[in-house]
Design a protein around this ligand. Structure first.
Ligand SMILES: Nc1ncnc2c1ncn2[C@@H]1O[C@H](COP(=O)(O)OP(=O)(O)O)[C@@H](O)[C@H]1O
Ligand SMILES: O=C(O)C1=C[C@@H](OP(=O)(O)O)[C@@H](O)[C@H](O)C1
Length: 293
């Protein structure tokens, strides 16, 4: 079958809380569009943006990135007005150090890369690039089914390569992107952030939404929590050396214990985004200090 796989670039979500950040939604959208050289709603053919794809290009269909702005009805991005203010302040602190570099979120499936990534992109005025998302083929699950995991991984690497030349993006990578050293080479063009979430919390989150959209988990037998937990455990064993390559680690267990919480499930996506910004700031200021010493 002649497959046509393309990937969707979703700009930062715009919420009713946007006014709290004191900027007009369209401002950041316009800036992002200019930065990336595309217009809202326009499809950019990545195959034309990059050269020398070599063997991967000859095997795989052309990649397309399309930019769209969607906000699913009812999605709450921030949990409180206080969180929104802290997020805004932290984002302003971090932006000069970031100097337009991209942020790559890494972590196991369900660790919150998409959820937290949307918040970060919004407060930083960056565009948001969600995990590889097929246009024409409805889901990652379908790519696995109609092609193979290797096909998916090759395209994942290609997209990361292309993104590595771009600025002002928050990228939610797929959970398995960390296993290829080449992908780290691309991600090192920006700042990588590992969302480190305990496996039982991941399994609970995934069980709540089902495993159908996560093909690596869907093959297991048993109830959704049990099959998610079993597969996540074996995947983490294979990847536990790779995630610490990230520049920054956001550890939910550490956050919970500092706040006297017995369970990480009380940590909101906004609180995690704030922690990520704090950790990014520390990492970048230490780098500057080391350079100046
Ligand atoms: N801090 C959190 N607390 C509770 N549930 C969360 C949190 N962050 C994300 N989730 C939920 O977990 C699921 C997986 O999150 P998602 O952002 O899609 O993870 P990933 O992109 O890393 O696979 C979603 O249903 C999401 O709503
Ligand atoms: O861990 C993995 O290998 C994968 C994670 C998924 O992305 P999320 O981490 O966004 O769920 C998706 O890329 C694919 O199912 C493979």
């Amino acid at each position: 079958m002649e497959a046509s796989v393309s990937f969707s670039l979703k700009s930062s979500y715009l919420t009713k809380n946007d006014t709290k950040f004191g900027r007009k939604c369209t401002g950041s959208v316009r800036a992002s569009s200019l930065q990336l050289g595309f217009q809202r709603g326009q499809t950019v053919d990545l195959a034309n943006l990059t050269r020398n794809r070599g063997s991967i290009k000859s095997r795989n269909p052309p990649l397309k990135i399309s930019c769209c702005h969607k906000h699913p009805a009812g999605t709450e991005i921030h949990n409180s007005f206080d969180d929104a203010l802290v997020l805004k302040r932290k984002a302003q602190d971090v932006l000069p150090y970031l100097n337009e570099r991209c942020i790559y979120l890494v972590g196991m499936m369900g660790s919150g890369k998409t959820t937290v990534g949307k918040i970060l992109s919004e407060v930083l005025g960056y565009s948001f690039f969600d995990r590889l998302q097929a246009v024409g083929i409805p889901s990652v699950a379908q790519i696995f089914k109609e092609h193979s995991e290797a096909f998916f991984r090759d395209n994942e690497s290609e997209v990361l390569k292309d993104l590595s030349t771009m600025r002002r993006l928050v990228v939610a990578t797929g959970g398995g992107a960390v296993i290829r050293p080449l992908n780290w080479k691309y991600m090192k063009h920006g700042i990588s952030v590992w969302l480190d979430v305990p496996l039982d919390a991941l399994a609970r989150r995934i069980a709540a939404v089902g495993t159908a959209s996560r093909p690596l988990l869907d093959k297991e037998s048993g109830d959704p929590y049990t099959k998610a937990f079993a597969k996540l455990t074996s995947l983490f064993e294979q990847r536990s050396d790779a995630y610490p390559n990230a520049d920054v680690r956001v550890c939910l267990e550490d956050m919970a214990s500092k706040q006297g919480l017995s369970d990480v499930s009380a940590l909101t996506p906004s609180a995690i985004a704030i922690e990520a910004l704090l950790k990014i700031e520390i990492y970048l200021t230490e780098k500057v200090a080391a350079r100046n010493s």
